[in-house]
Design a protein around this ligand. Structure first.
Ligand SMILES: [Fe+2]
Ligand SMILES: [Fe+2]
Length: 395
């Protein structure tokens, strides 16, 4: 290639480079010393010598959580055509209209593109006011949770090591942003009052956000996102809420992230079992249990027993905590039994003719795909809770 070079003085350039070299040695040494003394030092957790973030490339993490997310990336305009989103490219819009042309008349009626007013009319025709309010009450818990997931994943992005780890968290930040804005519009379409965070969830989310370092993985990716995954799995088969399948798919990757991350950068035995940390994890989970009592009436309106939902969720989240290696001070099996006993005692006192049962065996995720995803994430075939799963995760 012919390029007209610009004239310069090689001596001066060499001198400039020598000066840069000395300044570089000085600032790097200063930062190293300050870092060793714990007085600051380099803030960027990045190694420009190896052209990698600290922790190396870790391509597996990138492939599982960044590349895969890009492959499964969904656009709100395509899946919630009634929404105000305008996130499809011209090519994607063309593909959508071509795909629609290939549909039979019956399929076309099913896949009729609807605007926001038509969507609202559909919701009004399908649900009673009480049902709409119940859906809004339950979904808004996750809606508020998405705001925290966005904030927490932003912070975790600067806590994880390796290029693959950062790529994975970058994608989670992007997906949480999408979840927050799309879910808000979906909830607003119901045109019912949207409640604030309930106290139990507020405490859980705030304490998760305040968790130190990678402990955020426990509060957010295991507990809160396990909760969100279960809600999406429970509601994605309701008419008009099919888009929640896509949220479910994203959340399954988020709940799988701590296990994959710690496979690359294992927690030490002390980090897993440190009694103070384990007690804090337990103290994070226990105050969240009243949530199931709080949403009892809303779930009942939708034909769902809150304790079936709570039992299924507790079983899944405790299994996931075991699998990732997060100790919660007491073995998870007796903990699950204790929660089940609490649910049963309450039902005995409040439901005439109630027959004692094991809520931990319930399943409230309905969709076939969603069940398959959860089976993989939570290792639902493994039994019993505790020990076995932990041994597998550590090995
Ligand atoms: Fe989310
Ligand atoms: Fe998430």
């Amino acid at each position: 290639m012919k390029i007209n070079k610009i004239a310069y003085s090689p001596e001066h350039v060499a001198r400039n480079h020598r000066i840069e070299n000395r300044v570089n040695s000085a600032v790097r040494t200063f930062d190293k010393v300050m870092g060793r003394l714990g007085l600051g030092g380099r803030k960027g957790y990045y190694n420009d010598d190896t052209y990698e973030f600290e922790g190396g490339a870790r391509d597996e993490l990138r492939k599982k959580h960044y590349d895969k997310s890009l492959r499964l990336l969904w656009k709100a305009e395509e899946h919630a055509d009634w929404s105000s989103f305008d996130d499809c490219t011209k090519e994607e819009q063309l593909l959508m209209s071509m795909a629609e042309k290939g549909l039979t008349r019956g399929e076309k009626t099913q896949r009729k593109r609807i605007n926001s007013d038509e969507y609202k009319a559909f919701l009004n025709k399908t649900y009673t006011k009480e049902q709409k309010q119940a859906i809004v009450n339950v979904l808004s818990m996750i809606g508020h949770g998405e705001a925290y997931a966005w904030m927490v994943s932003c912070e975790l992005l600067n806590e994880v090591r390796s290029t693959g780890g950062r790529a994975a968290l970058t994608m989670q930040v992007m997906e949480e942003a999408k979840h927050f804005v799309v879910l808000r519009e979906l909830i607003q379409a119901f045109e019912m009052p949207i409640p604030r965070l309930n106290a139990w969830e507020y405490v859980l989310l705030e304490r998760t956000y305040k968790s130190k370092g990678l402990e955020k993985f426990f509060g957010m990716n295991v507990v809160v996102e396990g909760f969100a995954l279960s809600i999406f799995g429970m509601m994605s088969t309701l008419p008009g809420l099919e888009i929640l399948k896509l949220f479910h798919r994203d959340e399954s990757r988020h709940t799988g992230l701590p296990h994959n991350y710690f496979a690359e950068f294992p927690m030490t035995a002390w980090e897993r079992r440190n009694p103070l940390r384990a007690a804090r994890r337990l103290s994070l989970v226990l105050p969240a249990i009243p949530v199931f009592f709080h949403i009892e009436a809303d779930l009942a309106e939708l034909g769902i027993d809150t304790f079936e939902f709570g039992g299924a969720l507790a079983r899944k989240v405790l299994k996931l905590a075991d699998r990732v290696g997060f100790d919660v001070l007491v073995p998870t099996e007796p903990l699950a039994k204790l929660v089940n006993k609490g649910f049963n005692d309450y039902c005995k006192a409040t439901r005439p003719g109630f027959v004692e049962r094991n809520f931990m065996e319930a399943e409230t995720t309905h969709g076939k795909e969603e069940r398959a995803v959860e089976k993989e994430i939570f290792h639902l075939d493994d039994a019993p809770l505790a020990k076995k799963a932990r041994v597998a995760a550590v090995a």
